[in-house]
Design a protein. Sequence first.
Lengths: 161, 337
Amino acid sequence: MSKINNYNKLSIRIDDGLAMEACGKQVAEAIVSSKLPGAQIHLMGELGAGKTTFARGFIQAMGYDGHVKSPTYTLIEPYETPYVMIYHLDLYRLSNPEELEFLAYRDLCQENSICLIEWPEQGGKMLCTADITINIVFIGDKREVGMTSVSSVGDRLLQRL
Amino acid sequence: MRVLGLETSCDETGIALYDTDNGLLAERLYSQVSLHSEFGGVVPELASRDHIRKTLPLIRQTLNEARLSIDQIDGVAYTAGPGLIGALLVGAGIGRSLAWSLGIPAVAVHHMEGHLLAPMLEAVQPTFPFVALLVSGGHTLLVYVEKVGHYQILGESVDDAVGEAFDKTAKLLGLPYPGGPELSQLAKSGRQGIYRFPRPMVNRPGLDFSYSGLKTFAMNTVKKLGDSIDAQARADIAYAFQEAAVDSLVIKCKRALKQTGLTSLVVAGGVSANDCLRGELKKLCDKMSVELYFPKLEYCTDNGAMIAYAGSLRLMDGHIEEAVIEAKPRWPLDTLS
């Protein structure tokens, strides 16, 4: 894993699925150690890039010990963890951002919860603004995870990483 | 006893009327066309999961089709979970209030119990106990169905559902999403032995599945070919993917049948329409002298009939619930009784 860290950008090279889970774990640990009550995290990247794998590492590091399944079909998977309530969303199957209303999304988007949102592009303006965006790109069969902070909460988070 | 069933746990709005003496009386599944008349000929673009606007018109249509009025039903069954909280609350809210206003009982039904009991809606039914394989875009589940209300999960997917892997691999191959059925069609012109995909989790004991790795393997194979990928290569990849996905399902079914010693296998869910899976399971069951059942496809995917049926069993059993509107987004199947 090699890192490049600017003050509001961070990029990490990832070799395989285990390293991707470890990357999710690091971000989760940074949230706990900086005592953030919650965060809005947007996960971007093509199909098969490893967004759900990142989320799995993140959610399990927060103390959830069950399976973290793909939320593509269910759209939202809630996880109750000792630290905070986590909502893992996948908006791939939304045909209209307004459908977020039928999912009771506004009730989830609160300061004391964490939303991990895959395919945030599909949510348009209905989505709460992100604290941090994570963009996963293919480099051959490896990946590069680019994190960008877009709020003061995100800044605090990236400083810890 | 006539029971009205409401299914609103995810994408589909399904309504049905089941009579414990005469079977299924009528059913409706939302389609853009079916609501025209209710809206006076104007076709509104109702979003998926807009259960609020669909449920009442569908209930009216179902009653009309059965030539019954609302006061001629004896009970209401609704899906209370697992599923999307917003979607579930629509069914729970409407179901409970309807029953309350009519002075009849309502019952909360587990979505997966509905699926597991759906084969009982068919003329030829499996006898309990049996092993059920539920394969769809949202589920990959092996269940020991002892009798109504007694289910033991033998194995499930730890990441992606098998139908989801079909749909996403189809997308990687340039097919529309969701393209599981199109991928199977493409696989027909694929050649055996060109690509070899891994069989996830078959070398470990246990009955769990994993399909996320298969999707990534497909992705890496496509990326490696780059611009040189042609129609034949796509078909070959589709073939190898389907072969691996089906193979791992068949291996786990075989293990589950051996482990339980049961002689009936029920296969349900959208993926049960897959020809390759049907053929391979038939071979397995013939070899093991196991009875194989495939419910009709309309009862395999989400529908109101299975909820009305499962609810009717509970109501006939004298099951009484408090009149509380409650939905359970997470509701483990093996906590039922």
